[in-house]
Every structure is written in structure tokens, then in C-alpha cells.
Design a binder for this molecule. Structure first.
Ligand code: PLP
Length: 450
């Protein structure tokens, strides 16, 4: 479409007049008016096109406007836009089957929500009802959503302004060798000591007070933290020993992002509950859910589950999930993510790390990667302080601006940039974006001690 700056200005003005934006000081933001998107790209009204290296909020796993999914939504809209959750509906049941079939183990029942936070909220409710216990544990390096239980579980600073202390959330440190809390020098040490730390925290909290441990299989926003071999299996064993429900939050890691349907597949673990959203239908219509083990589902065979949502299992959302999952299977999109990660993104990022003094560590898999940016490779001092804003955050802001000038929309969080493009990105597109990233890293290099 031809550039139309006047139309863009009208959208900007209407937005500024009436839209109250998430997580923002309303007077300090200037949201980019977006005119459209297709595949791995989106564009503004001024003729600028961006390669979406962020997949929006790491959710457009099949890219923008996938024609098969758009057609399925149109078809579903013509057939049945909405129907209350109490009815049995074809696409609601089919989407549940397609998700359940892909979960590790026998998580055969799906409770549908409108997104990730509600999924976490309901997983926590199920765990508390199942165990009769009041507290839930999660890691500091985490994000689980912004509803009450979910934001209390969240470790990152978005919790602080919302923390009433009322949700029974207890935080601990997960494994993160590059910034080890346990003075570990190897993955084995990190794994062993992180498990001992979790065990000890549970013992001191009182095992009989802990309903659940909630972990992102691979912590996403907190830095693409791939757990060391054995860690998740170790958590499973600790949970079993203390009668604690093990919840894996796959809202970001699931549906192809890590190069597998669920990231849990890489680690051979079966949790009791899995929360999912985002990639389940690439966010084309709001959708999330909880996949539930037979044992926990059975708890609600004879007594009612005390939770529900008007739009639980919304037909338009479920129709888009059926189309998305089938399209991902037909087009080998999960396999593409694994392949691009292993043969294009991973090697390119590791090579950049050798040349750029600002790149401290590269980590990830599939289409799920992070660069940990530092001032100094030896001290590993982060390029910007934890939770920096304003002038303190200038090095990251300059890096992000350089990416955008080069036509790449980056994911930036604290001292990290994440390479999280659509799972069906082509090799050529990935290389194009990586070249821009390479150049933009000089903006970060300028702030290092090298
Ligand atoms: N859990 C994880 C791991 C997430 O990354 C997110 C969102 O980024 C959420 C939960 C919350 O999902 P939503 O924003 O759909 O409520």
C-alpha cells in the first residue's frame, strides 16, 4: 500500500485522544501508527517497513495475516461468531483435542481462557483447590501476566507496583549459569545447587503450605533462560515428594517458539498443568488455556469447578486455533523454527558475540534467542542497570533506534535483545534481520569499556 502520512497522523491523534495504553505513563509515549502487516513484516503510514524480530509480543508464531488462518476466521464468523461456554461446539472441542494431543503426558482436558494471565490465574486456582494449600512458588526471573495471582507470581519489576502481598506468592532463584546466584562454574553445579535452593526454600516455607511451583519452561521475557539438563526433572521429583502441583507456563515458549510444540518436549518432563496462549493461534483472536492432568481434572468430576469466563472457548478464537495448529503441522512450521535456530540464527549470533564487545552471552533455541549485552565481558556488568529508565537506559534505546532505522523491529528488555521472529521466517529474512542487528550492535559497543 502507498504511504499516507496524513492518515497516519489521524490515527496518531485519535489514539492519543482516546486510547489508554498498557504499562505506560500516558503523557510520555508516542505509539507508532501501524497500517498493516504480512508474513514477517509490518509497516507504518510513512512508507517504513519493519521485519518483525519481536513477533509483536512474541505471539505471531505464523507471522502476520496468514491467509489460511484469515480464511478460517472469516468462515467461522459466517457460521458461528459466539456461543456460551456451557454448550458443546465443534471448533471448541476440536481445538481442545489438537492442543491436548500435543501436550506431554496425558494432559487431556483443556480449560479455555482469553489469554495467558487468565490461564495462570486458573492454573493457580486449580492447584490450590486440588491441594488445599495456600501458597505458590515461582522464580524472580519470570513474567506470568498481570491479573492478580499472575502478577504476584511474576518476578520482574512489573510486580512491584501491584504487590499487595495477598496472593501467597513465594519467589526463588532458578538456574542461570551466566549470572549464577550459586557461584556455579558448570551447568551441572548450577543445576544441582538451584535444585538444592528450591528444596531448602520449600522446607523453610513449610511443604504443607505450598500448592504449586509455577515455572516458565524456558523463561521468556526474563531472558530466554534455557534450563540446564536435569533441572526440570529435578523440580518434578521435588514436587512429587512434597505433594506439590507442578505447573509449566508455556504461554511464550509453546507452539513452535522453541522448535518443539511445547518446550517441555526438549526436557522429557510432564507437568500437572500447562498454561498456554500466544502461539496457540498467533494471537489472531484472544485465546489461552490450561491443559489439565487426568488426576486434577478428576477432582472436579463430582464437584463443580468454581471458575468461568463468558468467552471461555470462544468459537472465533477456537476456530483460529484449529486453523493455526493445522497450518503449522501442514507447513512444517515447528520444524522450520528448529532448523532456522540451529543452522542460521544460533551460528550467526555466536559469530557476532565474538566480534562485538557488547555481547556477553548468546542463548536460546528455535526462534527463541537472547543476547545478554554487557559493558564488560569479563565483569559481565549489564549494559544498563536492572530496571533502568531515562538516561540510564540510553545505550539500549540507541541500540533499538539503530535496529528500527535499519528496518528491524527489535524485542528489547533491560540489558537484552531477544531474537524472536515468527517461527515460519525464511532463511533469507532471518539473514536480512541478523545483518541489521549486527550493525546496530555497534551502538551498544560504543558504551562498553573495550
Ligand atoms: N506467561 C508468560 C510466560 C508470558 O510471557 C505472558 C505474556 O507475555 C503471560 C503469561 C501473560 O499472557 P497475557 O499477556 O496473554 O495475559
Amino acid at each position: 500500500t502507498a504511504p499516507d502520512p496524513a492518515a497516519g497522523e489521524a490515527v496518531r491523534a485519535a489514539d492519543r485522544a482516546h486510547v489508554f495504553h498498557s504499562w505506560s505513563a500516558q503523557g510520555l509515549i508516542d505509539p507508532l501508527p501501524v497500517a498493516g502487516g504480512e508474513g514477517s513484516y509490518f509497516w507504518d503510514y510513512d512508507g517504513n517497513r519493519y521485519l518483525d524480530f519481536s513477533s509483536q509480543l512474541v505471539n505471531t508464531n505464523i507471522g502476520h495475516q496468514h491467509p489460511k488462518v484469515v480464511a478460517a476466521i472469516q468462515e467461522q464468523a459466517g457460521r458461528m461468531c459466539t456461543m456460551a461456554p456451557g454448550f458443546a461446539v465443534d471448533v471448541r472441542a476440536e481445538a481442545a483435542r489438537l492442543v491436548a494431543e500435543r501436550t506431554p503426558g496425558n494432559l487431556d482436558k483443556i480449560f479455555w481462557t482469553n489469554g495467558g494471565a487468565e490461564a495462570v490465574e486458573n492454573a493457580v486456582r486449580m492447584a490450590k483447590l486440588h491441594t488445599g494449600r495456600p501458597k505458590v512458588m515461582s522464580t524472580y526471573r519470570s513474567y506470568h501476566g498481570h491479573t492478580s495471582a499472575a502478577i504476584h507470581l511474576t518476578g520482574d519489576p512489573r510486580r512491584w507496583a501491584n504487590d499487595t502481598g495477598a496472593a501467597g506468592a513465594v519467589h526463588f532463584f532458578g538456574p542461570h549459569l551466566y549470572r549464577s546466584h550459586f557461584y556455579a562454574e558448570t551447568e551441572e553445579q548450577e543445576c544441582e545447587r538451584a535444585l538444592a535452593h528450591l528444596e531448602e526454600t520449600i522446607v523453610y516455607e513449610g511443604p504443607s503450605t505450598i500448592a504449586a511451583v509455577v515455572l516458565e519452561t524456558i523463561a521468556g521475557t526474563a531472558g530466554v533462560l534455557v534450563p540446564p539438563p536435569g533441572y526440570l526433572a529435578g523440580v518434578r521429583e521435588i514436587c512429587d515428594r512434597h505433594g506439590i502441583v507442578f505447573v509449566l507456563d508455556e504461554v511464550m515458549a509453546g507452539f513452535g517458539r522453541s522448535g518443539a510444540w511445547f518446550a517441555a518436549d526438549h526436557f522429557g518432563v510432564t507437568p500437572d498443568l500447562i498454561t498456554f496462549a500466544k502461539g496457540v493461534n498467533s494471537g489472531y483472536v484472544p485465546l489461552g488455556g490450561v491443559a489439565i492432568s487426568a488426576e486434577i481434572a478428576a477432582r472436579f468430576d463430582q464437584r463443580p469447578y468454581p471458575g468461568g469466563l463468558t468467552y471461555s472457548g470462544h468459537p472465533l478464537a477456537c476456530g483460529s486455533a484449529v486453523a493455526t495448529i493445522n497450518t503449522m503441522a501442514e507447513e512444517g512450521i515447528v520444524e522450520n523454527a528448529a532448523h532456522i535456530g540451529e543452522s542460521v540464527i544460533g551460528p550467526a549470533l555466536r559469530e557476532m558475540a565474538e566480534r562485538h564487545p557488547s555481547v556477553g552471552e548468546v542463548r536460546g533455541m528455535g526462534t527463541f534467542w537472547a543476547l545478554d549485552l554487557v559493558r564488560d565481558k569479563v565483569t559481565r556488568e549489564p549494559l544498563v542497570p536492572y530496571n533502568a529508565s531515562g538516561p540510564d537506559n540510553a545505550p539500549m534505546a540507541e541500540f533499538a533506534a539503530a535496529c528500527k532505522r535499519g528496518g528491524v523491529w527489535p524485542f528489547v528488555n533491560m540489558n537484552r535483545t531477544h531474537v524472536v521472529p515468527p517461527c515460519n521466517i525464511t532463511e533469507a529474512e532471518a539473514k536480512e534481520g541478523l545483518a541489521v542487528l549486527d550493525e546496530a550492535l555497534s551502538a551498544a559497543d560504543a558504551h562498553t569499556s573495550a
